[in-house]
Design a protein around this ligand. Structure first.
Ligand SMILES: [Zn+2]
Ligand SMILES: [Zn+2]
Length: 327
């Protein structure tokens, strides 16, 4: 994990983000700080033995003067950082398997046509950290399932009974989705088998530590490398390609892949953390002649949990917040 940037650089980054997606003003409570902590440094000046924001515990300051200096940025994320700390505390209790079982049970009862948002899967009494972590675990399979329905792909592939899905730019987070959750895809689309191949440059493609039985309706594979069309000869022509946060606008290495996918007839889904990232990726894809099937839109199956930036203290994002489809 890279360390925090120097504070003035963090501020200039936050100013850029604010220009791209202005946030509404947040009601400010009077500043409160906890006790001095020998291990904590002031976010603004770096002085040791700083005091944490009492509301979230997520950032520390040497005193109220520097808390006030940073208030413009911290107020925007204080509630998210508090939620983030609650989520981490729940994860530390080792409840992951229980949460996965909860999701599998809910998804087995659901019909994909009835699933328009998390509220259709999770009852209203599932709240707080538990609800956020459930959405964080299931955001990838359900974003994929929703895209398949929206594009009418299962109906078109019904005769073969097999859907071939390629996940490009797959990384640790995709690898960590429990196999039991990927397997729920076969329950959402009864009578369909899935061949799901994860491809990414830093992906661990050693055999799955949690292998599914040979007759599982969802076959999961991983391959280290950049996603290129030549993989189709090995893994089959996909019915759909999905890239979770592939950062098309960040990495020039995407260009060759995009030009191969352009006009291939296979739709591809892109997710992004923020509206302006989705917009930048849309401009890039349009500029090279890729056809937009669905414009960038908020994803009803975005994670409700926030991830904290490792370089900017007052910056958070949510997985799969925006989704767009291309062909
Ligand atoms: Zn300070
Ligand atoms: Zn705070």
């Amino acid at each position: 994990m890279p360390p925090l940037l120097d504070y003035p650089i963090q501020v200039s980054e936050l100013e850029k983000i604010a220009r791209l997606s202005p946030s509404p003003a947040v009601q400010r409570d009077p500043p409160r700080l906890g006790n001095a902590n020998a291990a904590a440094a002031c976010l603004v000046c770096g002085l040791p033995s700083a005091r944490a924001c009492a509301a979230c515990g997520g950032v520390s300051y040497c005193g109220e003067a520097h808390q006030q200096v940073d208030a413009r940025w911290h107020d925007l994320v204080c509630a998210d950082l508090r939620a983030n700390a609650e989520d981490a505390a729940l994860v530390a209790k080792g409840l992951r398997n229980t949460l996965v079982a909860t999701l599998v049970e809910r998804i087995h009862r659901a019909r994909i046509d009835d699933l328009a948002s998390w509220d259709d899967l999770l009852e209203a009494n599932i709240v707080g950290a538990r609800r956020r972590l459930l959405t964080d675990l299931a955001t990838r399979p359900l974003t994929l399932a929703r895209a398949l329905v929206d594009l009418g792909i299962p109906a078109r592939a019904a005769q073969a009974g097999v859907l071939t899905i390629h996940v490009m730019a797959a990384a640790k987070r995709e690898r960590e989705v429990p196999a039991a959750l990927w397997a729920t895809l076969a329950r959402l689309f009864p009578g369909t088998r899935f061949e799901l191949t994860l491809v990414g440059p830093r992906l661990d493609d050693s055999p799955d530590p949690d292998p599914r039985p040979a007759n599982s309706p969802v076959k999961l594979r991983a391959r280290t490398g950049l996603y290129r069309r030549k993989l189709w000869s090995e893994f089959g022509r996909p019915d759909l390609i999905i890239g979770y946060h592939c950062g098309l606008h960040l990495y020039p290495s995407w260009e060759a892949t995009i030009l191969e996918l352009r006009g291939s007839g296979v739709p591809f889904v892109i997710t992004s953390y923020r509206s302006w990232e989705a917009a930048a990726e849309a401009r890039l894809l349009t500029s090279v002649g890729v056809t937009q099937v669905r414009p960038p839109a908020p994803n009803p199956f975005a994670s409700l949990a926030c991830d904290r930036s490792s370089t900017i203290a007052n910056d958070v994002s949510r997985d799969n917040a925006w989704v767009t489809v291309w062909r």
